[in-house]
Design a protein around this ligand. Structure first.
Ligand code: AMP
Length: 595
């Protein structure tokens, strides 16, 4: 699959064409676009020129970078009406980017009519940040009316850099706490906690946070009010001051190219020195803050033009971080040269507990990968309905236990197949004997297993008079003891009685469609039954052999007033430390509830 990537910036358009093996077939960049740059070439002209350049090549899909997708877009998406609406809706939030992306997508759709188009968003990686990180401490009615919240940007680069770092560290991303620093003309930091962005320095717009080429980053909002009150600045002039005349440029009075500032600083220019010091101090401050926010850090990752190329800035930023366990290796740092052939370099010593790594960012490759992934993922069903199976009390037995209960020569007699392939309910039933009462007619499920497991509900526990732990199926070590009675004898099991942890079986395709992974804990809204109900602590179980189905026990089904076998529309919901956000499947009907 050849993927054409189009990356529209505020005054430039980059493109790259990758083949199946991620080999770059063609690339290019058209800069200084638009009247504001004093040139006559527009974005539209540039996109047309790119299409002309690639016209001899086969194109199977087109991936588009989009800066702002807002809160509802949490991952790359096939371009459809809802996606175009989200891009248009956020034009006021990203006026220098979203209009051009929208126009580029429309132009590409006109030329490449029969191939999929995928939008890859700079905001998507941050869209699941916890509420405490997305909320400004201002009047919440005002915030809601004006859509004022933190979004974060540069997500494509942060996610890519985190992925390369995890590969280098040979550890799964979901076990790592990383701080990624994208330091270029635009600059931002990101706390990548177990694979997810939980905090980032850019906020409602790409103006917040670190010192950038021409953007100020953090400024006391009171200063802006003073400047407006002074009468010296109109709103547009203030915008120009903060976005185009601040940062390294404003501090140094030299320009926004760090190399020139470094030269001036070494020639003794005090403002150039101050520019470097403020830039470094701010970056270091964010590292400390993010290490604290995550409760630790495994690696610090540098990327972007400055992060990749300036050993002296990396050294300055990492100074004084020994207390965190981060010990720079001066030689490695100065020798760290990265290129398209070598996309990362370690710059800390062997005894450093926190590694520092330089990663060559490659947003175009990330967009191509995302485009391919989305094209290869089946389109999610709408609505994302998960059948519920209410599992009555049952047991899984070993060959030995089965023989003791039903006779030495007995084998399980299949009665009917269960939904998970290979599983069946048997004719055979047992009685659970407890100190208080017995429960008979408990069905045996086949095939026989290596360990005995008896699954009952909380109510059953009261009936028999045994307290059983809540466990995932398969985890019976040190669970409760119980006696089973069959027609040919009874068996006392030292362990095996559990109250089953509710879970959802998913095929990997379903997991991709729901954007969850094996072992994830989600909360699930049951919104189709007699009574709406949200169940927390639902574990996702992913396997090639699984069929999409949620398993709950009879108590839970009763609480939702579901019948013995029911089907309802369920929606996985995001669980944060302190909040539940409930989403239904389709953005059109999205329901957001804070419980
Ligand atoms: P980007 O926006 O990621 O292309 O980064 C641009 C920034 O990286 C500019 O400030 C450049 O001055 C800076 N940069 C690029 N190469 C070097 C280098 N070798 N040393 C210092 N800064 C560099």
């Amino acid at each position: 699959m050849n993927v054409l990537v189009i990356n529209c910036g505020s005054s430039s358009v980059k493109f790259a064409l990758f083949d199946d093996n991620e080999t770059l077939i063609a690339e290019g960049k058209r800069e200084r676009l638009g009247a504001s740059t004093g040139h006559s070439e527009t974005h539209k002209d540039a996109v047309a020129a790119i299409f002309e350049t690639v016209s001899g090549h086969q194109i199977d899909a087109v991936g588009h970078r989009v800066v702002h997708g807002g809160a509802s877009i949490t991952q790359s998406q096939r371009v459809n009406d809802a996606v175009m609406e989200a891009i248009a809706e956020h034009i006021p939030d990203a006026p220098m980017h979203n209009p051009f992306s929208k126009a580029a997508i429309e132009a590409a759709q006109d030329v490449f009519t029969s191939v999929p188009h995928v939008a890859v968003f700079d905001t998507a990686f941050h869209a699941k940040m916890p509420r405490r990180a997305t909320t400004y401490a201002i009047d919440q009615d005002v915030a809601e009316r004006h859509g004022i919240r933190r979004f974060g940007f540069h997500g494509i680069s942060h996610e890519y850099a985190a992925g390369i770092a995890a590969e280098f560290l040979e550890r799964p991303l979901n076990e790592l706490r990383l701080i990624t620093l994208h330091l270029g003309n635009g600059a931002s930091a990101c706390a990548v906690e177990f694979g997810r962005s939980t905090e980032t320095s850019m906020g409602n717009t790409p103006l917040e946070g670190l010192v950038m080429g021409t953007r100020s980053g953090d400024v006391d909002a009171g200063v802006l009010l003073s400047l407006l009150r002074s009468g010296e600045f109109t709103v547009d002039q203030l915008d120009d001051l903060l976005n185009n005349k601040s940062g390294l440029l404003g501090l140094s009075g030299q320009g926004n190219d760090l190399r020139e500032i470094q030269q001036a600083a070494s020639d003794g220019d005090d403002r150039a020195r101050l520019a470097i010091n403020v830039f470094v101090h701010r970056a270091r401050k964010y590292i400390g803050a993010y290490a604290a926010a995550m409760g630790g850090v495994d690696a610090i990752v540098f990327t972007g033009g400055i992060g990749e190329n300036s050993a002296s800035m990396r050294r300055r930023i990492l100074q004084r971080l020994e207390f965190l366990g981060c010990v720079l290796d001066e030689d490695r740092n100065y020798d760290a040269s990265i290129s398209s052939d070598k996309d990362h370099a370690l710059i800390t010593t062997g005894r450093s507990r926190v590694e520092a790594i330089v990663v060559k960012t490659n947003e175009e490759l990330m967009i191509a990968r995302e485009t391919r992934r989305i094209c290869e993922t089946p389109e999610p069903r709408t609505p994302k309905s998960i059948p519920i199976a209410v599992s009555a009390r049952h047991c899984h037995l070993t060959e030995e236990t089965f023989a003791e209960l039903f006779g030495a020569d007995a084998t399980p007699t299949p009665k009917y197949d269960l939904s998970q392939p290979g599983q069946f309910a048997c004719e055979e039933q047992v009685t659970i004997v407890g100190p208080r009462q017995e429960i008979d007619g408990v069905r045996v499920l086949g095939p026989l297993r290596k360990a005995n497991q008896v699954e009952i509900s909380r109510t059953d526990e009261f009936v028999i008079g045994i307290d059983a732990p809540v466990r995932m199926s398969g985890n019976v070590r040190n669970s409760a003891a119980v006696t089973l009675k069959g027609p040919m004898g009874s068996v006392h099991l030292q362990e095996g009685l559990i109250c089953a942890h509710r879970h959802i079986h998913m095929h990997p395709d379903d997991a991709a469609a729901f954007d969850v992974a094996d072992g994830d804990e989600v909360a699930v809204a049951i919104v189709g039954g007699q009574r709406d109900l949200v169940l927390g602590d639902v574990t996702i179980r992913v396997h090639e052999k699984y069929v999409l189905e949620m398993h709950i026990d009879t108590d839970e089904a009763n609480a939702a007033e579901l019948g013995s076998v029911a089907e309802a529309t369920l929606s996985p919901i995001d669980v944060d430390d302190d909040e539940f956000a409930v989403y239904t499947a389709t953005p059109a009907t999205a329901r957001l509830t804070t419980l």
